[in-house]
Design a protein around this ligand. Structure first.
Ligand code: CP
Length: 330
């Protein structure tokens, strides 16, 4: 085990070198294989505690972290602002210092616009235990790592020349954060993938994130392009990742958000669009997927869909991350 990662925070993949991220992927693959073979790893985090602080709802993230802690022999405690003194104004420093004096890791989901990632970094500055992001307003690093693991399982370690499409889609109901598309455009180029980002006017990502993504693509010698046509984006793709996000760079006013989305209802993953991609192309989504809006059922449930693989890989990637950052064992 790589002990240099012991107690290292994991808030953005940008904070970790490519070699460090490779060690997470290597361990995740081994843990997945062992899990399938019935090989237990319940000694790795024996008697260790992870605090999981959620400012927002979750199905996959909460349950994969909590299950992962159980499988590694530790214990996870679910917290919300309301269940703690955060709702009464206790700040990130005080919360982080106290929790890390009891336990061995703090995982936080805080996607509040312009607040979330700053909250995580502030907590990490003061906490004596590693802080792991379970998603913030900028990045969803565990999701992107699980997705990268899925790409490699499908097409092998060498992803050079593969076209990965992140496309906006229509979805009503609520405004989804920018963190998933942003985590993907920053991470995938570092591992040799050509990335195409497609979105209608007003749905651009944070300029500083795009700057980072472009720098990563240049350093890796791969392509990163932005287009405003979903069909053009899907052409010859190896992976398509159509999902909704809010026009957060323009407005979060509910009426304006609804009107902007309504103008772009045709941005949906359909069988016709899938036929524009390569025949072997994978349909990807971080879930929850809004059926009938973001994508049609025949795409979500079709032979090219890998969404359940992505969801499962959250468990293995996070177990690897927790083992590497929360255990000093070699
Ligand atoms: N993909 C993801 O983070 O799912 P949850 O919101 O259910 O955790």
């Amino acid at each position: 085990m790589n002990t240099t990662l012991f107690q290292k925070d994991f808030i953005s993949t940008q904070d970790w070198s490519t070699d460090e991220l490779e060690s997470v992927l290597d361990l995740a693959i081994r843990l997945k294989q062992d899990h399938g073979d019935g090989v237990a790893h319940d000694h790795v985090l024996q008697a260790k505690t992870l605090y999981m602080l959620f400012f927002e709802e979750s199905t996959r993230t909460r349950n994969s972290f909590e299950t992962g802690m159980t499988q590694l022999g530790g214990h996870a405690i679910f917290l919300t602002p309301k269940a703690t003194q955060i709702d009464h104004g206790e700040n990130a420093k005080d919360t982080g210092m106290v929790l890390s004096s009891y336990g061995d890791g703090i995982a936080v989901r805080d996607s509040r616009t312009a607040i979330g990632q700053r909250y995580l970094y502030e907590m990490a500055e003061h906490a004596a235990a590693p802080v792991i992001s379970m998603q913030d307003d900028v990045d969803h690093p565990c999701q992107a790592m699980a997705d990268l693991m899925s790409l490699r399982e499908l097409f092998g370690r060498d992803l050079r020349g593969r076209k990965f499409v992140v496309s906006w889609t229509y979805a009503p109901k609520y405004v989804r954060p920018l963190s998933v598309p942003q985590s993907l455009v920053m991470l995938m180029p570092r591992f040799g993938v050509d990335v195409t980002l497609a979105y209608p006017e007003g749905y651009h990502l944070m300029p500083e994130v795009m700057e980072t993504a472009r720098a990563n693509a240049t350093a890796a010698g791969v392509a990163l392009e932005e287009v405003h046509d979903m069909d053009a984006a899907f052409e010859d793709a190896d992976f398509v990742y159509p999902k909704s996000w809010g026009p957060i760079m323009v407005t979060e006013d509910p009426a304006e958000v609804e009107a902007m989305a309504a103008d772009n209802r045709s941005w949906r993953a359909t069988a016709a669009r899938m036929s524009l991609a390569k025949p072997h192309a994978a349909y990807m989504h971080c879930m929850p997927v809004d059926r009938g809006h973001e994508a049609d059922d025949d795409v979500i449930d079709g032979p090219q869909s890998v969404i359940y693989r992505q969801a499962e890989n959250r468990l293995h990637v996070q177990k690897a991350l927790m083992a590497l950052t929360m255990s000093g064992a070699t």
